[in-house]
Design a protein around this ligand. Structure first.
Ligand code: WQD
Length: 334
């Protein structure tokens, strides 16, 4: 069992990972500046697991604050979730995205080196595959060609981590490329809470269901896909969180860099998702067909064999589970 630091640990994916780690007997320390989450998430993690993670309200780019954390806690491994993640905002404020996402990662790596911590798991994204290769994306498919600064920050941090592992043979780096994480913990206590207008499909659907928005805009119905709408590999956030527990086990026994896709390998279109949500929850989702959103691909889905054979991890939850759990969490917030 390890003592693990989760940067961004009160966020959507971080909080679910904290729950899975605590349930497997790991110790969890969270560092989060609460810029896109709330302190109450720590209470909720405790409510679910019966164990309270240690919490530091901290910007990971704050070198002194981070050093204090490492001096006080005997951190054995880090899962680095902290970062800005709104694609559209990154186009409008690119420097803010590069500064924040790169600064936090560099400060973290330098501080880890100072304190002899040599295991890091990084929250990367399928977005690094860009438009360069056909689906399914494999871990050795070409990367780059990202359509926005957010994606490039993930690409650059992957590169920084790979170079750091090349230079330090004791360093263990695991890059996890997430596909489209959705859903929520089945307790309804933690989930995705976007500030303002949601960028992503599932939180937008749940807000339409809740009456917060009157309809969903379907961004394009003229793609080269079976029903013309975009196809994505949606993965339940609890499955994704379990993937991190598996990656942590892998990092304990391997050095160098290893990359894993975390997806289901199955594509679902926007229209299929609307219908699945309606069926799972007995609701109607009004929608209109709108123009394509710039930068969107027709298809994005994973090749999942590597995570299955090396991490012995596989996503298990269905689209129905994702729709039901996302709605349960949204209802709990009303
Ligand atoms: C899914 C599908 C849209 C909203 C992005 C980032 C990626 C990752 C996850 C996170 C697409 C369509 C969406 C809406 C719609 N980053 N859609 N109406 O674009 O696959 O991935 O989020 O931190 O890096 O690029 O996810 O949920 O935005 O879109 O029709 O209101 O739903 O066009 O086909 P995407 P998404």
């Amino acid at each position: 069992m390890s003592k693990v630091l989760l940067t961004g640990g009160t966020g959507f994916i971080g909080s679910h990972t904290a729950v899975e780690l605590l349930e497997q007997g790991h110790e969890v320390v969270i560092a989060d500046d609460l810029s896109n989450s709330s302190r109450d998430v720590v209470n909720r993690i405790e409510q679910i697991t019966g164990k309270r993670p240690v919490f530091y309200e901290l910007d990971v780019a704050d070198r002194k604050g981070l050093a204090k954390l490492f001096a006080e806690q005997d951190i054995e491994a880090v899962i680095h979730f902290a970062g800005f993640k709104a694609v559209g905002e990154s186009v409008v404020k690119p420097l803010m995205y590069y500064r924040n996402n790169l600064d936090t990662s560099l400060t973290l790596l330098e501080t880890m080196a100072e304190y002899g911590c040599r295991r890091i798991i990084f929250s990367s994204s399928s977005t690094v595959y860009g438009a360069l290769s056909p689906c399914p994306f494999r871990e050795d498919s070409p990367v780059g060609g990202c359509s926005n600064p957010y994606g490039w920050t993930k690409f650059m941090i992957e590169k920084i981590l790979q170079d750091a592992a090349r230079a330090d043979e004791q360093l263990s780096v695991v890059l996890l490329r997430y596909f489209n994480p959705v859903g929520a913990h089945e307790s309804g206590l933690i989930g995705e809470k976007p500030g303002g207008i949601p960028n992503n499909l599932m939180p937008y659907i749940t807000q339409v269901a809740a009456g917060i928005r009157d309809h969903l805009n379907v961004f394009g119905d003229d793609y080269e896909t079976p029903d013309g709408t975009g196809v994505r590999d949606y993965i339940h956030v609890v499955d994704l969180a379990k993937g991190h527990v598996a990656a942590l086990g892998y990092a304990e026994t391997h050095t160098g860099t290893e990359i894993f896709n975390l997806g289901t390998g199955k594509g679902t279109s926007v229209m299929e998702m609307i219908r699945a949500f309606e069926k799972a929850n007995g609701l109607q989702i009004p929608y209109v067909i709108a123009p394509r959103r710039p930068g969107d691909l027709a298809y994005s889905y994973a090749e999942t064999k590597k995570a299955e054979s090396v991490l012995h991890w596989k996503a298990e939850k269905t689209i129905e589970d994702m729709c039901r759990d996302a709605w349960r969490f949204e209802k709990g917030m009303l």
